[in-house]
Structure formats: C-alpha cells, structure tokens
Design a protein around this ligand. Structure first.
Ligand SMILES: *Cc1c(COP(=O)(O)O)cnc(C)c1O
Length: 414
C-alpha cells in the first residue's frame, strides 16, 4: 500500500531520539508534555521517527495537516511563490493576497476577510471586531461591551483569550484577566438567551468543541443560537479554526445547521499543513468596523501564506475533501464500533473528527495513546478520557484499516 514511500533504510538517522528529547528538555521551556516520539519525516498520512519507525498520523497536528504531510501540490505552490515574493508587509499591496481573500469569502459565504497568521490572532481579531461593532453600530456605552462564550471552550492562548477559558491550567499565574466575558454551558440556548443584556455585542463559540473532547452539541442548537442572536441584535462568531475546511465533512461545520454566522474564524488547515495562515472572514456590517490603523499584523496576508492558502482551498474542492471526510469518517466510525471494547464509553464526532471516550476505570486516554504510539498509530489525548482520531482528510480505506488493526489490538487488550 505504501510502496511509493521511501523505505526505512533511506531514513535519516541524524540524532537518536533520546538525544533530541534531552536537548529539548535542556533548552526548551516545559510548556508541553509530548508523547516520547521524535519525528523527522512526513508524507501523506504517514510519519517517521528518527529511528525509521513508521506511524499513521491520526492527529494531523490538531487539523492543521488536513491535506496530508508535504502535499505535493501545496509544496509546489509554496516553492513557486517563495521564489517570486514571500513577504512584503501590508505597507504595500501584493498580487496574491486579494485572490486569497476572494477565495476564502466565496467558499465560506462571507463578504470580507482580515488575514492573520495563527488561530489565536484571528480570535483576537474577532474580539476586536465585535467590540468595535458593539460601540460604533449597536451603541453600547464605552467599555461596557459583553461577549458571551461557552464553558470549556478552546480559542487559543493569548491573555485575552485565556481570560474566558474554564481551564485553570490555562489561567493559573497569568492574571489579571480581561473583563467583559460571560460563560454559559455549551449546547444550552436558554442560557445564552438569559445571559444577553443590552450591552451584549456577540456570542463566540466553536460549533463542536474540539479540545474539550470533541463535544457535539444537541441538533438544532447552533441554529437556535443564530436566531437568538439575530433577534437581540447580537453578532454570532463561530470559531472554525479546527472544525472548518472539511474536518467535519463540510467547508464549515456551521453548514450542518444551515447557519451563516456574522463571521467565522479560520486557521489551522488554511495553511495547507506547511505554514501558519489564519483570519477572520465576516459579513460587511461587521468587517466594516475596521479602518486603517485599527488593527494589523506584520506577516498577515503575506504572499507566501496567501499562495499556500489558495492552493489549500482549491484542493478542498478539486480533491472532494469534504466528501472524503464524510465517507471515510463514517467508515472509521463503523470500524471503531465493530471493535466493541468495554473500555470505550462513547464514539462521537462528525466527519474525520472522532473522539473515543475512554472509561477511566479501565485505562487513561494518555495510556491508550502511549500504547497506540508503540504500535505505530499517533493520536493525542484531550483531558483524561478522550482519544481523538482526526487523520488527514486524504486518508484511504486501506490506511484506516491499518490503523483499526492496531486500535483493535490496544482496545481489546484492556
Ligand atoms: C487551535 C485552535 C485555536 C488557536 O489556534 P493557534 O494557531 O494555536 O493559535 C483557536 N480556536 C480553536 C477552535 C482551535 O482549535
């Protein structure tokens, strides 16, 4: 199945895994707890470590690698653009960014796009947009704007964003925090209705909570939230950084509910797995609050990122990646159900975004991930009980079977 991929013998063996981990431990800040795997090569859905061991990537760098590792057409677009013009700042126009903005807007049903680099920056952009809209359009008194968020959200790691996180580990030692947020339970439309005041400028939520454990809200929830927002003159911004661009089987997860929010936040897969590209795409009434000088980013909208993103978006369409996500996601789910492990409490998710909820009485999700890694399947736990399975959207049935074989081994051994 992978005869086109270079063999173990050709793998670089520049450094032993232990030496790499020791070096990182000595010189890096300790803000992550990675699995003990040192990767040095990727191709499609496969990864290799420095010892030449091959792994199936069931993580896709939190959806950033939806197109597969080193997707040749994305790499070509990158090389072509980097040889022409990579970076020039927004002090000038460039000839690639406009086509990128148009493409994003046309594919998401939005009017305008403000390009940034990382997901967190795009979320910060959304916070600024909705606050400014609140003051300048809705007429909220100065510095009184309120934003409603959902509990157990994940929107990134800036001080602004962690100010409305429910995770103490994200917040501890980083105060004082930003004011003006109200958290309500995810999936509860009544709670949103009750939290709205005349000073509410926006509701910001993920459509499916990713880091919280791939939590799918009750059917109809987002639609009802959109209706409540409209009725109360409140902006609805949906964070599609992880859920967007095919991950759930649609360009936007909101499409499952026929919701077109006032703005969507994009990131991760927008960079085609090779470069950070993000942004806020929204309707004119919201995006027109930005005026020259009100916001910016040195790297945002750079020609290299724009060219990569255009190609990433084109491939979503040309390679029918949404349909693949639906089909392969359904297949993966079916195969997971067929394992019938007593340690699995629930299998949930949409498209190729699946959470295995593990009963902690049997084993922790971390231990499942460690055992899977030993057998050559890379996942990552979220919280103590959820193993996420989110392979690149280019995965084939045969590749899923390769992974299922190993998942079955780990889950039936418990
Ligand atoms: C990953 C993520 C972010 C933050 O993106 P970064 O690129 O890590 O800053 C924001 N929102 C959601 C839903 C995410 O999954």
């Amino acid at each position: 199945m992978d005869s086109h991929i270079s063999t173990t013998a050709a793998m670089p063996r520049s450094a032993s895994a232990q030496a790499c981990m020791d070096l990182e431990d000595r010189w890096g800040a300790h803000n992550y707890h990675p699995l003990p795997v040192v990767l040095c090569k990727g191709e499609g859905v496969w990864l290799w470590d420095v010892e030449g061991k091959k792994y199936l990537d069931m993580m896709s760098a939190y959806s950033a690698v939806s197109h597969g590792h080193s997707n040749p057409r994305i790499v070509s677009a990158l090389i072509e653009q980097v040889n022409k013009l990579a970076m020039c700042s927004r002090a000038y126009h460039n000839d690639v960014m406009p086509r990128f903005l148009e493409k994003v807007c046309k594919m998401t049903g939005m009017d305008r796009m403000l390009p940034m680099n990382t997901g967190a920056e795009a979320v910060e952009t959304a916070l600024k947009a909705v606050r400014r809209w609140g003051y300048q359009v809705k007429g909220i008194p100065a510095n009184k704007a309120e934003i409603i968020v959902t509990s157990h959200n994940f929107h990134g790691r800036t001080i602004g964003i962690i100010s409305f996180s429910s995770e103490t580990s994200y917040q501890e030692g980083f105060g004082p925090f930003l004011q003006g947020f109200k958290a309500v339970p995810f999936g509860d439309v009544k709670a949103i209705e009750q939290a709205i005041t005349p000073n509410t400028c926006a509701v910001i939520t993920e459509p499916i909570q990713g880091e919280a454990g791939i939590i799918v809200p009750p059917p109809g929830w987002l639609k009802q939230v959109a209706e409540v927002c409209q009725k109360n003159n409140v902006m609805l911004v949906v964070d599609e950084v992880q859920s967007g661009l095919g991950r759930t089987g649609k360009i936007l997860a909101c499409e499952h509910e026929n919701v077109s929010p006032d703005a969507v936040i994009l990131g991760k897969a927008l960079g085609g797995g090779v470069f950070p590209v993000s942004g806020l795409a929204g309707k004119r009434h919201l995006m027109d609050v930005f005026t020259p000088g009100s916001h910016g980013s040195t790297f945002g909208g750079n020609p290299l990122g724009a060219a990569i993103a255009i190609k990433a978006l084109e491939l979503l369409e040309e390679d029918h990646m949404c349909e693949r996500s639906q089909e392969m996601g359904a297949y993966l789910k079916k195969q997971l159900h067929s394992i019938g492990s007593k340690a699995v409490r629930e299998i949930r998710g949409l498209g190729l975004w699946i959470g295995l909820d593990i009963d902690p009485n049997f084993i922790s999700a971390r231990h499942v991930c460690e055992r899977l890694a030993k057998l050559g399947v890379l996942s990552k736990e979220t919280h103590e009980t959820v193993v996420r399975l989110a392979p690149p959207l280019v995965i084939t049935k045969e590749e899923i079977d390769w992974g299922i074989h190993r998942l079955r081994q780990v889950l039936t051994e418990i």
